[in-house]
Design a binder for this molecule. Structure first.
Ligand code: LLP
Length: 374
């Protein structure tokens, strides 16, 4: 296989899925896979075997999930800006819920449902105004965020929303951010959800489910010590703090399902030293295969997997793209690396391939699956 390519540990994916399924069963929680994290066909087929639903962020993602064999009734679709054709497609497919993110979207969807002669099941995506204590680029539930409808706006428009004849408001949805490692944040989230759900029900809404989103963080530093994210602790927190009544509780996990099972394999092209003395290791991958370090300053653990010496050097690992932010890490200690060596960039299974681009007309990377190598 030509480098760079993604290598997926399908056995680890199965272990992760087993863990999330077993832990969620204890509380009868429903789990959706946030397909934006990685929509690789082989991975989707494995995820489907474990009975998860899907969380989508576009019409094409809904279509992909359906084509991969997921039951439309297990698909939720959120997105701050859904195009008309995407809304129409979701109506047609009768998915589990369209999660609306503005009052205007509710009005438009109601009109489209009327036109189609259907009643559409909808969740209100609420912006709960919570700081998830994660990288600001990936928080989504603070007051000024573009996502969701503020609780106050829902209160102000409660009557109007309830009067929309072609929508059945069946759920409350929120998602406060991604890569959340401080789990007490979810405790605050539950307390806010309790207030929101109970107050809205007092106003006459009746919710079949609460969907608390995803966001569970993974361990990027030493993934081998913690390869399966801590679903048990998150579920225990939600169990202890969310007043559920007879409502279903749904989660939408992306990173925590596929993050750790993927790595990006890349080859060293050249060594060079800048005039300031910085040692650059130029590899054949770039931000076009894995944009997270360039876009968010994200950290991924890098190792040289073919070096013949145990002596190490400090390197700045840079990619091939014509962008100065195209670097994977700075001043990282690696076994002494020469042209032709292979490096692995770890925990790249989530938001790696799915965010790949063809900038500089690069080819999209291929994929290799652990189960094929046995
Ligand atoms: N539900 C909704 C509505 C979301 O927007 C997201 C992610 C998820 C669930 C899944 O979140 P997760 O469990 O993966 O944290 N590209 C960024 C992450 C963007 C997350 C977008 N929304 C990154 O590379 O870190």
């Amino acid at each position: 296989m030509e480098t760079p390519f993604y290598l997926y540990d399908t056995e680890l994916l199965r272990q992760t899925l087993e863990s999330v399924v077993n832990e969620s069963k204890r509380y009868n929680y429903k789990v959706h896979y946030a397909i934006k994290a990685n929509y690789d066909d082989r991975l989707l087929a494995i995820i489907r075997e474990y009975g998860l639903g899907v969380d989508c962020a576009s019409g094409n993602e809904v279509q992909k999930a359906i084509e991969a064999g997921f039951d439309p009734k297990s698909i939720v679709y959120a997105g701050v800006g859904k195009r008309d054709k995407e809304l129409r497609y979701a109506i047609e497919q009768e998915i589990m819920a369209i999660n609306c993110e503005s009052i205007e979207e509710l009005l438009v969807l109601d009109a489209m449902a009327a036109e189609a002669g259907r009643t559409v099941e909808v969740a209100l995506r609420v912006n709960p105004d919570i700081d998830p204590k994660t990288n600001h680029c990936i928080d989504t539930g603070q007051a000024d965020s573009k996502f969701g409808i503020s609780y106050e706006e829902i209160l102000d428009n409660a009557e109007r929303i309830r009067s929309l004849k072609h929508l059945r408001i069946v759920g409350v949805h929120l998602h406060i951010g991604s890569q959340i490692r401080e789990l007490h944040v979810f405790e605050n989230m539950c307390q806010k959800v309790n207030v929101i759900v109970e107050n809205l029900e007092r106003l006459g809404f009746s919710f079949r489910f609460v969907d608390v989103g995803g966001g569970l963080g993974i361990n990027y530093d030493m993934p081998e010590n913690e390869p399966i994210p801590n679903f048990a602790s998150l579920f225990a927190i939600v169990h202890n703090h969310l007043r559920v009544g007879d409502r279903e509780v749904h989660f939408e996990f992306g990173r925590s399902i596929v993050g750790e099972c993927g790595e990006l394999i890349t080859r060293v092209l050249f060594n060079k030293t800048t005039a300031t003395g910085r040692k650059l290791l130029i590899v054949d991958a770039s931000m076009t295969e894995l944009i997270r370090p360039a876009l968010y300053g994200s950290y991924h653990n890098i190792e040289n997997i073919t070096a013949e010496t145990d002596r190490t050097d400090k390197y700045t690992v840079v990619g091939t793209a014509c962008e100065s932010t195209d670097r994977f890490d700075e001043n990282v200690s690696l076994r002494r690396s020469v042209r032709g060596d292979l490096l692995t960039i770890k925990s790249a299974g989530a938001y790696g391939m799915s965010m790949a681009s063809r900038y500089n007309l690069h080819d999209l990377p291929g994929a290799v699956y652990g189960e094929d190598l046995m």
